[in-house]
Write a protein that binds this ligand. Structure first.
Ligand code: PEP
Ligand code: MG
Length: 852
């Protein structure tokens, strides 16, 4: 191995920037090689050392010097600015030719700094060694250097491969991404959590670019889309587990997206830039509906910031303070959010705010003498530009979220009021809108939204759908061009018809009347659907089906009640025990269970006892190693080795008082195999009733005790179980897993893990038959209960309660009302005789259409 020492001189007056702070992941991640970067203050780049020019791009933005005569001598790439290739050579002049030998300090490239500053992403100029070199670099500390001054001392070995990285076990694998929308903020945040949980450094690579799990922006910048093949690496800690979980996350679909969003997605890449002679503008419908209202144009507010800071200490303190305030604001907004969508988006913003990529780069800017506002804007603008270049429409649409954070923090730093002042009840027109601006606009009750930019998968679009606000996006330049002040003045009432994707500026009286009629009839339909959600769901032939909700926290019970749920069909109580250093005490548990009962106002609430084990583990509960945790100590089996935990929970449950003192609470046991599991718990309940003196309490009504049917043995012996329990709830997720012997966490098997498999449906039938012998009710609380096709089969088999995520309740109720149970039941044996789940699915779908 030959070693060499080289001194690099500053190629011009410049600010020194560490390579990892270059606002481009390919450079910052060292993909092109090790090195450093400068932010030029002059307009000519000089040779940092002697060498031969071996490459000069035709666009003159990049030039390579070979440092020595040997063919394997190291090569130094000087890359003038970022994305400067797109200038096509404008503003850059090459002062040397390929093959020319140059001395240190010889002029190489002259450039127009103003033009580059305006048109390129950044002037930051990386200097990287592109051959396979192992490099030790002693660079100038970040700060100012003058041309010719020593920039760095390098010592490198020329024939080394890639330097190995230390740090614990290392595993590599790959994943084919099944996230329908590609990698976006929420799964990216989950990957970060997986790495932290296993104390492993997780990194992902696609098309030569690499990003670490903690670097949210860089992760999104990879442009990982549905179907991408991503290389995954885990290092340190429990690397194997981290790798497995990360791959599982990437390879598992996030679940059905709202049909409106999915349908729109395909067309959104088209930017519709047209206005026709009748004053009709077109866009992509991101949220359907019709609005008739005056137009108001929102203009972007540019917050002015000074470039120079008032001193590093002072600017760092201002930045920290503003970050803290924004965190508090976002936390407060999230706590006050009345819609789940708002809360989720605000939570993602909070995560993003903690992305070290954003803070570290801002701090680096401040340390270079910039003001906090300037450094923050530069950092965010570079990241926004990167997201906007992504191929995936979804990732591009996340630029709006970063812009939101940029604006909110700048407003705090500069003391600018960020509220948008607009009149009530208007159709809002804007180039773009950030999620928090839309949330603020709730108070003026806008009637519709038209955006020049944006996509149907953007968070603003999600928020518009959550509000039932008609919204067109991607309207392009035409929107701004058409709506000059004079035109705006002349429009009295416009029609936003998101069903047709149009904004009509000059509707005649007839069109106005027609649009108003359509708007009113849509409002009636919506109100009917929502109103009907609270009433019972009966099939066309009169069978009553209870449609309940699954929750993991008492807060969600309120949402369930508001969505018209007939009860809580599954309260996964283990969620109260996860992510804590110790189990919640009895008082805390009682308060949470009581809160759910109170929120449901006397409707039945089924609380499942702790379902820990397999995929859900508690740090403070040592379950011991077992080769196959899914078949080990889990669910109700905990009563054997961890009795105190379960008994304490039963105590807390028995101490609850359902509203009005009767009905309401039901206790459900998970992972029951046979009556042995039930009897042990029943004995404990009897003991506790004595111990708490409940038999003498006139207000006490013994809660019903039911079991989940998740284990094939329980389904096969349903008749025996039904003798001693009050109800069944079929956990189709686990029942399918155990029946088909397919791990529910195994991504490769996801497509075949379908509860509509005839084997699973036969077990459902056995449950219903066993329950009927003793007059017990049978519910379903696995994911199949929220799946329309599965619902039809389950109802035909005799299931009379379905429990699902709260938001699905109105839709499933409406669906139940369309079904004819008796007609489907008469033919369901045909489905049970089929070969696989896919055949059953198409059989059910056909049977429903022939049975409208
Ligand atoms: C199930 O197994 O279907 C179920 C509802 O329980 P969980 O998904 O919590 O295991
Ligand atoms: Mg289960």
């Amino acid at each position: 191995m030959s070693r060499a020492e080289i001194v690099l001189q500053a190629p011009c007056d410049a600010l020194v920037v560490p390579l990892e702070q270059v606002p481009d992941p390919v450079f910052a991640g060292g993909q092109l090689g090790p090195g450093l970067a400068i932010e030029p203050l002059g307009q000519t780049l000089h040779a940092p050392c002697a060498g031969t020019v071996v490459m000069c791009a035709t666009t003159r933005h990049a030039l390579t010097l070979r440092l020595g005569d040997e063919p394997d001598a190291p090569e130094l790439l000087l890359h003038l600015g970022l994305d400067t290739v797109e200038l096509g050579g404008r503003g850059i002049e090459a002062l040397v030719a390929v093959g020319q030998q140059v001395e240190a300090g010889a002029p190489l490239l002259r450039f127009d700094a103003d033009l580059l500053a305006r048109e390129a992403t950044s002037l930051v100029t990386p200097l990287v060694f592109i051959a396979g070199v192992q490099l030790r670099i002693e660079a100038q500390a970040p700060g100012r250097v003058t041309q010719g001054e020593t920039l760095a001392r390098l010592s490198f070995a020329t024939d080394a491969g890639r330097s190995g990285e230390a740090g614990g076990p290392r595993c590599e694998g790959s994943a084919t991404v099944a996230l329908e929308a590609g990698l976006h903020a929420r799964p990216a945040a989950k990957l970060k959590a997986i790495g932290e949980h296993h104390a492993s450094r997780l990194s992902f690579a696609l098309d030569g670019a690499e990003a670490e799990a903690g670097r949210l922006t860089a992760m999104l910048g990879l442009g990982i889309g549905f179907g991408s093949r991503v290389a995954v690496r885990a290092e340190g800690g429990d690397a194997a587990a981290a790798l497995r979980e990360a791959i599982a996350l990437l390879e598992t679909a996030e679940g059905a997206r709202s049909p409106s969003a999915a349908g729109i997605d395909a067309g959104v890449s088209r930017v519709l830039d047209a206005i026709d002679a009748d004053g009709v503008l077109r866009g992509v419908a991101a949220s359907t509906g019709v609005a008739v209202a005056p137009l108001v144009r929102l203009r972007a507010q540019r917050i002015e910031v000074a470039r120079a800071g008032a001193g590093v200490e002072q600017e760092l303190a201002r930045f920290d303070r503003a970050l803290g305030e924004l965190r508090t604001q976002l936390g407060g907004d999230r706590a006050r959010a009345t819609r789940e969508e708002d809360a989720q988006i605000l939570a993602a913003h909070l995560e993003w705010l903690d992305d070290p990529e954003l803070t570290e780069r801002t701090v680096a800017g401040i340390e270079r003498g910039e003001s906090a506002g300037f450094a923050w804007r530069e950092t965010l603008d570079a990241q926004i530009a990167q997201l906007e270049r992504a191929e995936s429409a979804l990732i591009r649409s996340r630029a709006g979220d970063l812009r939101d954070l940029e604006q909110r923090l700048l407003a705090l730093l500069e003391g600018v009021e960020s509220a948008v002042a607009v009149p009530h009840g208007a159709i809002l027109v804007a180039d773009d809108l950030t999620p928090s601006q839309l949330i603020q606009l709730d108070s003026v009750e806008p009637k519709g939204l038209c955006l020049a930019a944006g996509g149907a998968t953007s968070h603003v679009a999600i928020l518009a759908r959550a509000r039932g606000l008609p919204c067109l996006v991607g309207m392009g330049q035409a929107l701004g061009d058409a709506l000059d002040d004079e035109t705006l003045e002349s429009v009295r009432l416009a029609v936003l018809d998101a069903e047709r994707g149009t904004l009509e500026l000059r509707p005649g009286p007839e069109r106005l009347a027609e649009a108003q009629r359509r708007r009113d009839s849509l409002a009636r339909e919506h109100a009917e659907a929502f109103g009907a959600a609270s009433s019972e769901a009966r099939t066309r032939d009169g069978a009553l089906i209870e449609v309940a909700a699954n929750i993991g926290h008492p807060d969600e019970a309120e949402a369930a009640f508001a969505q018209g749920a007939d009860g809580i069909g599954l309260f996964r109580s283990e969620f109260l025990f996860l992510d804590r250093p110790v189990a919640p005490d009895r008082g805390r548990q009682r308060a949470d269970y009581q809160a759910a009962l109170d929120a449901m106002q006397g409707k039945p609430v089924i609380i499942r006892t702790l379902d820990i084990g397999a995929d859900k583990q508690l740090d403070y509960l040592r379950l011991g190693q077992t080769p196959n945790p899914a078949l080990g100590m889990r669910g109700v089996r905990l009563i054997e080795g961890h009795q105190a935990l379960l008994v304490d929970q039963l105590r807390a449950l028995l101490e609850c008082r359902p509203p009005a003192g009767k009905g309401g609470l039901r206790i459900m046991l998970p992972m029951v195999t046979d009556l042995l599991d039930v009897r042990r718990v029943r004995e404990w309940i009897d003991t506790l009733v004595d111990e708490l003196g409940l038999a003498e309490d006139a207000d006490f009504v013994a809660p019903e005790l039911g079991v989940m049917i998740e284990v094939p043995a329980a389904a096969l012996c349903a008749a025996s179980l039904a003798r001693e329990v009050d109800f069944f709830s079929i956990g189709t997720n686990d029942l399918t897993q155990y029946t088909l012997a397919m791990d529910r966490e195994a991504p490769g098997l996801a497509a075949r893990m379908d509860a509509l498999h005839p084997a699973v449906l036969r077990l459902v039938r056995l449950c219903v038959e066993g329950a009927a012998l003793y007059g017990r009710k049978v519910g379903v609380c696995g994911a199949a209960a929220g799946d329309e096709i599965a619902v039809a089969a389950l109802i035909a088999l005799g299931v009379d309660e379905l429990s699902m995520e709260p938001a699905r309740v109105p839709a499933i109720k409406a669906w139940v009302r369309r079904l004819d149970r008796a007609r489907l039941a008469a033919r369901i044996d045909e489905a049970l005789a089929l070969d696989d789940a896919a055949q059953v699915r198409s059989w059910v779908a056909r049977s429903i259409t022939t049975n409208p």
